[in-house]
Design a protein around this ligand. Sequence first.
Ligand code: 5GP
Ligand code: MN
Length: 325
Amino acid sequence: MDPILSEAISAEIEQAQRVLLVTHVGPDGDAIGSLLGLGALLEAQGKEVTLACEDPVPESYRFLPGSDAVVQATGGRYDLLVSLDCSDQRRMGDVVPENLAGLPLINIDHHLTNSRFGTINWVDASAVATTQMVLALAEALGWRVTRQVAICLLNGLVTDTRSFRTSNVDLAAMRAVLRLMEAGASLPEIARQALEQRPLASVRLWADAVEDLRLEDGILWTSVTLDMRQRHGMSENDFSGLANSLSGIREASAVVVFTEREDGLVDVGMRASPGLNVAGAALRLGGGGHPQAAGCTLEGDLRQVQDRVLAEVRRSLSERVANAQ
Ligand code: 5GP
Ligand code: MN
């Protein structure tokens, strides 16, 4: 890690006593892992930490040590804000009170599309997970990585790489895994809890969504409607597992899964085959992400959202074809 950055971050942390850590709405394993991991590291430095996320910790990550401490609302006085795995300010949701607008904000993230909204921006798109960056920070500052911290950090690496199968996995990522396993984290146990275990209802719901799959212009897409979710009693709206499973389909260059939410918005999860890119399409639609996995959240009825998104993904794929010619 760049010593100028680690010094700047260390200086902000040293000056602060009450630290508010925030991760993104609809949290995934890297969001929760980086929140809990950095939270425990800062607590060991004698800081009073508040761990916040607008949505509750999903069932898959409740095995992580400290997950009970995550709150959905914040209040009171803070000296420092830290955002984790958030590619733009809106990803923090409404959990940050408006009167904190003048506080120093350390933005720690690995999305290429990060809008650099912090007072200190540490964005490393070569990291496979934000938790890999948290480990690098701990090592740069000489903080001890306990077993509890290692479990949380390894969870981010395991989930964001789908157990080390994504095209960005490199030696640096595997070195981080080694360090975290040396510190006592179990890779198979995390993979089982965070990636393998799921309720039967989710698979029945996937079956409905798979039934509706369409392949158009190399884009494989489907929707998870509110009606389908009610039928199967699925209240959580994270269907990245479905998008990930579909991303291996040979006939598809890109995969898009639309999920209707209770609040009327539509979540859009996108995947692209290696060499292609859906981050640009997501960014044009107000979202963000990585070249191979991106997303956005849109207003409008399902049909309209589908048309808009599919047009943008088609555009990204055809630009790529045009560039290759
Ligand atoms: P997933 O399909 O797993 O929900 O998301 C894939 C990637 O897209 C993740 O890196 C996630 O951070 C990003 N992403 C998903 N939804 C949104 C969104 O609404 N806004 C932004 N900025 N990024 C998103
Ligand atoms: Mn991440």
